[in-house]
Design a protein around this ligand. Structure first.
Ligand code: TXA
Ligand code: MG
Length: 350
């Protein structure tokens, strides 16, 4: 279907209670209740949402994004009680502890799914991924729709996730009726996806909540599924596709190899190269005319890097670079999630 996509600004600072009376959010909720798909901000990235129990609307989400239908969606709720509209059985003790500490917020937990959630929402899996976003606009919208919302990130499949309303517009213009503009997403990276079946804790996708933060609450260190290369039967179906990739080739480069930058540039025949570096290491690189050195944030403030990363990658694509080099970060704290995205986005690594 063709739409004249409207971008509508909503001020998140008004807070949850006032936002429930906001006209734009009421319109968006009305559209969702009618079975439409709407894009909205969350604290992590922008989401593309529809009623989780509406098969046709969920179908439209896959179509609009060009998402493979075997990659399940996350279901978003605004109250803990809503979990029982989505999952089957009791809430395990481990989940209760996690919910207590991290909800509302960027932690997605996998549960056994109940029958109200159609198979298409979970891509045929018997489990469902659930999260309760903390962002005021998202929570108010879910409350107004009176139903859990299934929502993937609101980008075209494979491209970096949107952290601004204009990113959603670039990707989905004409394909959806409305984008709610709530400004820049605070975190800038997606939620952590955690599987807690069999009394274990397995991170299927590292994200905004780090494994250290999880360990502090559950008393042991969760395992992180490593999935650099596509697998035949990955634990999370989203793992086997290429993700987060700008159109411009992106190469990861260790700071010890910065001396080889010029060789890389000639190997890739690049006339316009961007190199994303931490502020600590920007001076190691020799300045040359055809290289633009871009600070992505400080190594000690990974939140800054997470916040900026996707927006920078999208901007570089628009500015017609023909090569993007990105400094490899330590795989620690939020670095786990950032490097997970960069490893998937990269075509090569030095
Ligand atoms: O921060 C976020 O999580 C954002 C915002 C919009 O909430 N959403 C998001 O959704 O990143 P998406 O669809 O881009 O990524 C969902 C990830 C995929 O890797 C998918 O495979 C995994 O969660 N997933 C969903 N349901 C699952 C399930 N039942 N079992 C295992 N993995 C699942
Ligand atoms: Mg996504």
């Amino acid at each position: 279907m063709k739409f004249a996509t409207k971008i509508k600004k909503v001020n998140p600072e008004k807070g949850y209670d006032l936002l429930k009376k906001n006209e734009t959010l009421q319109q968006a909720a009305f559209l969702i209740k009618k079975g439409q798909v709407v894009a909205f901000p969350t604290e992590t990235v922008y989401g593309l949402g529809a009623a989780a129990d509406n098969q046709e609307a969920i179908n439209a989400i896959y179509e609009v994004k060009g998402r493979p239908v075997d990659n399940p969606l996350i279901v978003h709720i605004s109250e803990k009680e809503q979990l029982f509209d989505v999952i089957v059985g009791r809430i395990p003790e481990l989940a209760n502890r996690l919910i207590e500490s991290f909800w509302p917020g960027p932690l997605t937990i996998i549960f056994p799914k109940n029958k109200k959630i159609p198979d298409i929402t979970t891509a045929g899996l018997k489990t469902v991924a659930v999260r309760m976003p903390s962002f005021s606009i998202t929570r108010a919208l879910i409350t107004l729709t009176e139903t859990p919302l299934a929502a993937p990130s609101a980008n075209s499949s494979g491209y970096p996730s949107p952290t601004l309303a204009c990113h959603v517009y670039e990707d989905l213009k004409g394909k959806i009726p409305m984008i709610i503009d709530g400004g820049a997403c605070n975190v800038g990276l997606e939620s952590t996806v955690l599987d807690i079946s069999n009394h274990k804790a397995t991170i299927l996708r590292p994200g905004a909540i780090t494994s250290k933060e999880l360990a502090r609450v559950i008393g042991f260190t969760p395992e992180i599924i490593k999935n650099k290369k596509p697998e035949k039967t990955p634990a999370s179906p989203g793992m086997k596709y290429r993700h987060y990739s700008p159109n411009t080739p992106l190469i990861l480069i260790n700071k010890n190899k910065f001396g080889a930058i010029n060789r890389l540039i000639s190997r890739y025949n690049s006339n316009k190269t961007a190199i994303l570096v931490t502020s600590e290491n920007k001076d190691i690189i020799e300045k040359e005319n055809n290289i633009n050195i871009i600070k992505m944030g400080s190594n000690n403030k990974k939140r800054e890097i997470a916040h900026n990363l996707f927006a920078i990658l999208r901007k570089l694509d628009q500015e017609n670079y023909d090569l993007i080099l990105v400094e490899t970060l330590e795989n620690e704290g939020l670095g786990e999630a950032i490097m997970n995205r960069l490893n998937k986005a990269a075509v090569d690594e030095y």
